[in-house]
Write a protein of this length. Structure first.
Length: 137
C-alpha cells in the first residue's frame, strides 16, 4: 500500500493500478474533491489493504501483475468486510465483452481509460457518498 492523501474523515477510496502515474492522477483528482485516498499497486496489495481497513469505494485497473483486476474484484466480493462496497473497474480494454466480464466478477461500473476527471469525481460521489468537504457545506 502506498500513499495516503486527503482529509481523514472523508469517504475512503482505494485506487488500485500498477501504473504509478495513473494511481497518482486518480488519487489527486479524488483527494482534490475531498476524499481520503490510499493506493495499491496490484490486486494482491488491494485485498491485503481492504482486510486491514475496508474502504467506501474501490477503483480497480484490469491489467496488473500478481493479481489482475478481475481476480481482485472476486476476492473483494468474497470477503465479508468488502462484499457490498462499490467497485469501479477502469481499463484501456474496450473490446466487446470486457465490461460484461467486469460485471460478472462483481464490479458495479466499468469505465474505459482515459476517464474524464469530472466523471470520476461524480461517480465516486454517487457510489461512496459526498466527500467530507461537501458534507460540511
Amino acid at each position: 500500500m502506498t500513499g495516503v492523501t486527503g482529509p481523514s474523515d472523508a469517504g475512503c477510496v482505494l485506487v488500485v493500478d500498477d501504473a504509478a502515474t495513473v494511481r497518482m492522477y486518480h488519487s489527486r483528482l479524488l483527494a482534490g474533491a475531498g476524499f481520503h485516498v490510499e493506493q495499491a499497486a496490484n490486486g494482491l496489495e488491494a485485498v491485503e489493504s481492504a482486510l486491514v481497513r475496508p474502504f467506501d469505494l474501490y477503483i480497480v485497473d484490469v491489467n496488473m501483475p500478481k493479481m489482475d483486476g478481475y481476480a481482485c474484484v472476486r476476492a473483494l466480493r468474497g470477503e465479508t468486510v468488502t462484499t457490498t462496497a462499490p467497485i469501479v473497474m477502469i481499463s484501456t480494454e474496450d473490446r466487446p465483452g470486457d465490461a460484461e466480464r467486469a460485471y460478472r466478477a462483481g464490479a458495479n461500473l466499468y469505465l474505459v481509460k482515459p476517464v474524464d476527471a469530472e466523471r470520476l469525481v461524480r461517480v465516486a460521489t454517487m457510489l461512496a457518498g459526498p466527500p467530507a468537504g461537501a458534507r460540511e457545506r
